[in-house]
Design a protein around this ligand. Structure first.
Ligand SMILES: Nc1ncnc2c1ncn2[C@@H]1O[C@H](COP(=O)(O)OP(=O)(O)OP(=O)(O)O)[C@@H](O)[C@H]1O
Ligand SMILES: Nc1ncnc2c1ncn2[C@@H]1O[C@H](COP(=O)(O)OP(=O)(O)OP(=O)(O)O)[C@@H](O)[C@H]1O
Ligand SMILES: [Mg+2]
Ligand SMILES: [Mg+2]
Lengths: 256, 256
């Protein structure tokens, strides 16, 4: 039974896509079979893996809109033990097409439940909003990872997201648990970043990962070559940090 | 007749809110009367000005949902020559409430056209998406400013945004022009950031502002004290960069 993680935070630019890409690669390095799912119409994850979201034939859109589309037809292997369900531009129209009914947010969960392909981890990337696409991720997953940029403005959104988590747990998906909060873009030299990570640890003492991702050019560059930072700059501190995160998640399972 | 600027980019975390806050403050320093409008349900701009988006009585929501609500009732003065139309959490429900009809995206424009309050500049902050809220901003404004973070993943979205601009110009708002592209979080020491800004200038030669905003802790810290960076750290390079941007916009008007 695969562990299904959704990486979400409605605040933009906090490292959701970067975390799915590099945590996925780090878990694959530990020899786990990993499925990555891109629910963001902008397709940052898809593009970072060398697939063009403008031209892709089958995507997450097919899974959400059409009944009984098999996972095997939509996914594409991107190297090692990693497979991808890509995003496409038309994901942007899903919200209007599916409407606001309860059924609309169960589409991805049903598609994953119907599939018998063996994976150890499913990582779901979400857009910076709390609409139908992110809701599909929150309902399909059983663990939530929240990346938080070490800046004040990014901290504000965590409270709202935890309120959303409670509502999802009470209704749509009682098994969804908070896996943890990940500090991202935490530059050691920046006093402000240190203050923010200390504040996050103080407010959420048992829910913050030990691993913290520092600012790193290599992280921003690796998608240009369709690589994770683990392949692009294996000894970069950010690559080491994502490896440490993968071990914390795989070996010390601490859903809180 | 006020100049109406919308600051938009569906990529998250590129400095939209930071630009509206600090460009607004820099224009007010030049003694212009400035109206800031927060269309993001997360309310980063609103919170940065000391107004609580969770408790505010009147907000942009009232303007978009109700007919004939006057601007005067919704706006609040936040110091100097700056007024704010705050965001509230219920903005998140606007998309479903207004539906997908043509009228849905003209709500803000009508509210601004009906008002006779004299402003020199209206700056509109938008959420990281291309839904009804951002569309209201694109239809209400006559100039578009696109902040682009100096990272590869953030560059990808510019092409899609310019496609959206063309569609808006051909249909909903023919007077909307591209005011310019602003490089943000461009650290001088980072080779990657320099490559990205050079690439942006090469691809959009006459559309990129001379002013570039470097990485700066002061920018991330100033919202904690409900201040712009111009008040919080007047001599910080980021404060100087936003002053230079304001002068470029006010005195060299170069819609392209
Ligand atoms: N630790 C880091 N150091 C430096 N740059 C980073 C780091 N993490 C992410 N980035 C860069 O910052 C930008 C934002 O990251 P990313 O796109 O992963 O965030 P996101 O939360 O997925 O954004 P969105 O809300 O738009 O989906 C990207 O250009 C990425 O390459
Ligand atoms: N030049 C800069 N240097 C350092 N930090 C910055 C800079 N510009 C913005 N920031 C910080 O980066 C984060 C993202 O900026 P901001 O929230 O303005 O982006 P945004 O595009 O409005 O995000 P969203 O897509 O979530 O609305 C904030 O915490 C902000 O304080
Ligand atoms: Mg993303
Ligand atoms: Mg913002």
């Amino acid at each position: 039974m695969a562990r299904k993680l959704v990486v979400a935070n409605p605040k933009g630019g906090v490292g959701k896509t970067t975390t799915v890409l590099n945590l996925g690669a780090a878990l694959a390095e530990l020899n786990y079979r990993v499925l990555l799912i891109d629910l963001d119409a902008q397709g940052g994850l898809t593009a970072s893996l060398g697939v063009d979201p403008y031209r892709v034939q089958h995507s997450a859109y097919s899974l959400l809109i059409h009944d009984h589309v098999s996972l095997a037809r939509v996914l594409t292997h991107v190297g090692g033990t990693i497979a991808l369900i890509p995003a496409s531009l038309n994901l942007a129209s899903v919200e209007l097409k599916l409407g606001a009914g309860r059924e609309a947010v169960f589409r991805l969960r049903r598609a994953l439940d119907d599939s018998h392909i063996p994976f150890d981890y499913v990582l779901i990337d979400t857009p910076p909003s709390l609409g139908v696409l992110t809701a599909n991720g929150l309902v399909a997953a059983s663990e939530l990872l929240i990346p938080v940029q070490c800046r004040y403005l990014a901290m504000r959104g965590v409270r709202t997201l935890l309120d959303t988590l409670k509502r999802v747990q009470q209704g749509l998906n009682p098994e969804l648990e908070l896996l943890g909060i990940l500090g991202t873009m935490c530059t050691a030299e920046s006093a402000h970043a240190r203050e923010v990570i200390d504040e996050i640890r103080a407010v959420f003492p048992r829910k913050t990962f030990r691993a913290v991702i520092a600012d790193s050019d290599a992280l921003a560059e690796s998608p240009i070559l369709y690589q994770s930072v683990l392949e692009y700059a294996p000894d970069d501190p950010a690559a080491q940090a994502y490896r440490a995160l993968a071990q914390e998640i795989a070996y010390e399972r601490h859903t809180l």
